[in-house]
Design a protein around this ligand. Structure first.
Ligand SMILES: Cc1ncc(COP(=O)(O)O)c(C=O)c1O
Length: 400
């Protein structure tokens, strides 16, 4: 298998096409067949005992739960893209959030969690971690180096999500990672929005990177999958062990499907990003919109930070509508009149989606004060003119 080390200087498209493939080992076929299976047989006792002693990133396969050729290829690709020592694939993006937290935290520990985190991540902190004796403080995503004031002797981990996948604040990741490292605190980031093509957190001092591969990497809204990429061997071992003892697993079918998606990630992401920017500019021009939440727009308060740290954007952004005299009836009319935007959760697929959410009850640092509806748009691979026309007709019809 090409582990990608010799492609370090190659362009992104070349790396996506060639890392983690070994046609010679597959009778010349370009892609690796799916290896479904639980049991792996060993010819001798020495071989069985020897396999138990070696690293599962490169050693013989032991048992389906611990890895198979398809999960190993995907992990190799992910580790190379992020510049990490290793990756661990699991069955969903949410499992990729919970595993590193459970790997790092124990009774008496304190966690700093960005207040802009994905909803179920917040729920994990509020509903599960307290039962383990872990206390969470939700911090202002824009805290930057000021996060130091929140670090306690018991703080073990700082979790970031940048930009937040509903409210789109960009975090000063290098500043937070610097402070954390000086204080011996592990840093974890959910980097699903950017993918390693737009932002590589390990280059900025972060220890563990979370990906919901369900989104852009797979790209077709047809699987759930997640991964954690570790900066070094010690972090990789901790995460791998935690995933295994909890029985986390990624199905080989899903790993192969995701790897197929990653091969075309660069071209898809560029299209998602350019269409999203066009659509966002259109929305910014509409009277119904109070403010846009897209870091690539100069009007975004974190635009300078985004320009400093990111190589690009993806296709997910938000906006806040002006409060409307008809309230929810206007929102319902608008959303239900859309023909090309589906109403539903998730993102990163070829099709455009829209959801309305209300974060006023959950946000504390700082509280969310906007009165108008918060919308999130996932821009797919459709023609931008058609998406803009769809939004225009729905806004016009609902407003009238
Ligand atoms: C930022 C972010 N992280 C993690 C997840 C979880 O991914 P999954 O749906 O694969 O569990 C999501 C899902 O929407 C997400 O938006």
């Amino acid at each position: 298998m090409n582990d990608g080390h010799d492609l370090a200087a190659a362009g992104t498209g070349t790396r996506l096409a060639h890392i983690a493939r070994d046609p010679r080992a597959q009778h010349g076929f370009v892609n690796t067949p799916i290896h479904r299976g639980s049991t792996v047989l060993f010819p001798t006792l020495d071989a069985l005992e020897g396999a138990m002693r070696v690293d599962s990133r490169t050693g013989p396969y032991i048992y389906g739960l611990m890895g198979n050729p398809n999960s190993r290829e995907l992990e190799t690709m992910l580790a190379r893209l992020d510049g990490g020592a290793g990756a661990v694939v699991v069955e969903s993006g949410l499992a990729a959030v919970s595993v590193p937290l459970l790997a790092c935290l124990g009774s008496g520990d304190h966690l700093l969690m960005t207040d802009s985190c994905y909803g179920p991540t917040r729920h994990l902190c509020n509903a599960v971690l307290p039962r383990m004796g872990v206390e969470t403080t939700f911090y202002d995503p824009r805290a930057g180096a000021g996060i130091e004031a929140l670090i306690r002797p018991s703080t073990r981990a700082i979790f970031m999500e940048s930009p937040g996948s509903l409210t789109f604040e960009v975090q000063d990741v290098p500043a937070i990672a610097r402070v954390a490292r000086a204080r011996g605190v592990t840093t974890i980031i959910d980097n699903t929005w950017a993918t390693p093509l737009c932002f590589r957190p390990l280059d900025h001092g972060v220890d563990l990177v979370v990906h919901a591969l369900t989104k852009y990497q797979s790209g077709n809204s047809d699987i759930l999958l997640g991964a954690v990429v570790a900066r070094d061997d010690a972090h990789w071992r901790r995460v791998k062990q935690c995933a295994e003892v909890h029985g986390h697993y990624a199905h080989p079918d899903d790993c192969a499907t995701c790897l197929r998606g990653i091969r075309s990630l660069e071209v898809r992401l560029a299209r998602h990003a350019s269409t999203a920017l066009e659509v966002a500019r259109f929305l910014e021009s509409r009277a119904e919109v109070a403010r846009m939440l897209h870091p690539a727009l100069p009007s975004h308060p974190d635009h300078a930070l985004w320009r400093r740290d990111f190589a690009g954007a993806s296709g997910l952004f938000g906006c806040v509508l002006r409060p409307h005299p008809r309230g929810r009836a206007f929102l319902k009319d608008f959303l239900e009149r859309l023909r090309l935007f589906g109403m539903g959760f998730s993102w990163g697929g070829f099709e455009s989606l829209i959801v309305a959410s209300d974060v006023r009850a959950s946000r504390t640092a700082p509280p969310w004060t906007d009165e108008g509806a918060l919308l999130r748009l996932q821009i797919g691979l459709e023609d931008p003119r058609d998406l803009i026309a769809d939004l225009a007709q729905a806004l016009d019809a609902a407003g009238g």
